[in-house]
Design a protein around this ligand. Structure first.
Ligand SMILES: Cc1cc2nc3c(=O)[nH]c(=O)nc-3n(C[C@H](O)[C@H](O)[C@H](O)COP(=O)(O)OP(=O)(O)OC[C@H]3O[C@@H](n4cnc5c(N)ncnc54)[C@H](O)[C@@H]3O)c2cc1C
Length: 434
């Protein structure tokens, strides 16, 4: 339960997790002040379109806005942009900010993650990470001017940017030390099938290679790889992961070694909860700590964390969440849910023209623990339900095989009953939460 000094709840971070938290407070009839701070001067943008629709130029900046400012104000949610949290004193329930100290009755930490820079590459024009609208729009300008793009890192953001850049006609080369794109999630075979899809669209690959140096003084000009080969680059997109934005909490006596450490209820300290990409929490469903950098997790955690702030200890809900993410590349939607187990069963669709299309199930101790679907949304929806019900592996495989036998080709544009997400066009201010 919250103390009620009148200070209200302060949310740090006005993105997916923070705004879902603020709205959940109002949904739970919390009547005190709700103040949301964000270091960014700009209104919060949704990040998934930054590598897809906004980069492609098919959505406007306004369409990527997470929430309508008037709608938030109408619910008594006071959003203050350009205010950075710089420290926290738990004893006195005081947040230190760039605009001065701020007292709170309850605090939600939702400061997300920041993109990792390429070690040793420094900063200069043409060298990008992708986390903000400004990053996206600057990269788009280069691509529209005909830049040759090198993508460093064949993870999901890198591969989405590669696909979008090809749609803009750019020359694209992907560099990664691993053997196949998105290998960590897809495994080597499905990763190679995805590589073929990209190659068919004209993407070049330098896999099994790392970057030695980025050349160019006033702006990037080329990338030298660890085999001394040189790839021309007018622009370089670095997509090598993100780190939790928890450094500002270092002096607060909290564990921030792997993100803000939270318990199963997303509590980090008395009256302090965390949500989203910044959080390293104990997920009771899997009996271990994890940090997830995906949209749906951030939305769900925001809502759970906020409710748990308001209720008595015995009434709190654990964040026993099943991780989920999607990625759109060309007309293919990739979806993954769960945590990979050691019993892996690959169920290809058997399409000669679209060999990447498949479902991959994995399990542990005879029970389904993860589902990966490449280009087959319908089967994914069913398999995801089975995942939540902890279905035996053999039963799950038989069900998915039957589904795949009768399936029609579907694309990323198809409507899909998976929880609504920001890639789906929507009205400004409408809720996109699951
Ligand atoms: C290019 C891109 C594409 C993506 N595509 C997908 C996708 O297709 N599917 C998917 O599932 N996920 C995707 N994601 C991941 C998803 O967007 C994130 O998981 C989600 O944004 C996390 O939300 P969050 O609220 O935890 O943090 P963030 O979105 O990182 O927001 C944190 C906010 O906190 C603010 N902040 C940070 N530090 C401070 C401070 N000290 N004081 C005040 N404010 C601060 C920041 O300015 C920021 O606005 C993508 C991410 C990117 C970057």
């Amino acid at each position: 339960m919250l103390p009620s000094t009148g200070a209200g709840v302060v949310v740090v971070g006005a993105s997916v997790a923070g705004l879902h938290a603020a709205e959940a407070l109002r949904d739970a009839d919390y009547a005190g002040p709700v103040t949301v701070l964000d270091a960014d001067q700009e209104p919060s943008c949704d990040r998934p379109p930054l590598s897809k629709q906004l980069l492609a130029g098919v959505w406007t900046r306004e369409q990527t806005q997470l929430r309508d400012a008037d709608a938030l104000a109408g619910r008594g949610i006071d959003v203050r942009h350009g205010v950075r949290a710089v420290g926290l004193d738990i004893q006195s329930s005081t947040l230190d900010t760039s605009a001065g100290p701020l007292r709170y009755d309850g605090l939600v930490v939702a400061t997300g993650a920041t993109a990792r820079d390429l070690p040793g590459a420094g900063t200069r024009p043409g060298l990008y990470t992708l986390r903000t609208q400004a990053d996206c729009l600057a990269l788009r300008r280069d691509l529209e001017d005909g830049a040759a793009l090198v993508v460093v890192g064949a993870g999901f953001i890198g591969m989405e940017v590669a696909a979008t850049a090809r749609s803009l006609g750019a020359e694209v080369t992907v560099v990664d030390p691993l053997e196949a794109p998105m290998q960590g999630v897809l495994g080597r075979d499905a990763g190679r099938a995805l590589q073929r899809l990209h190659a068919e669209h004209g993407v070049g690959f330098r896999l099994g290679r790392g970057v030695r140096v980025v050349h160019g003084a006033s702006r990037v000009g080329a990338v030298e790889l660890d085999d001394e080969s040189v790839v021309r680059a007018d622009a370089v997109l670095v997509g090598i992961g993100a780190r939790p934005a928890a450094g500002w909490l270092a002096g607060a006596g909290l564990d921030v070694s792997a993100g803000l450490a939270c318990d199963r209820y997303l509590a980090a300290a008395p009256h302090v909860v965390g949500a989203g990409d910044v959080v390293d929490w104990f997920n009771p469903r899997y009996g271990r700590r994890m940090r997830v950098e995906h949209w749906t997790n951030a939305a769900q955690q925001g809502a759970i964390a906020a409710r748990n702030l308001l209720v008595a200890r015995v009434d709190r809900n654990p964040a026993d969440l099943v991780p989920y993410f999607w990625s759109d590349q060309y007309d293919v939607r990739i979806q993954f849910s769960g945590v990979a187990g050691s019993d892996v069963r690959v169920l290809p669709l058997g399409s000669a023209t679209r060999p990447e299309r498949r479902v991959v199930l994995s399990g542990q101790d005879g029970v389904l623990t993860s589902v990966l679907a490449v280009g087959v949304d319908q089967a994914f929806v069913r398999a995801r339900r089975m995942l939540r019900r902890r279905t035996p592996m053999d039963e799950a495989e038989a069900t998915v095989r039957t589904l795949l036998d009768g399936i029609e080709p579907r694309t990323a544009e198809s409507t899909d009953p998976v929880p609504a997400h920001p890639s789906a066009p929507r009205r400004a201010g409408s809720s996109t939460g699951p």
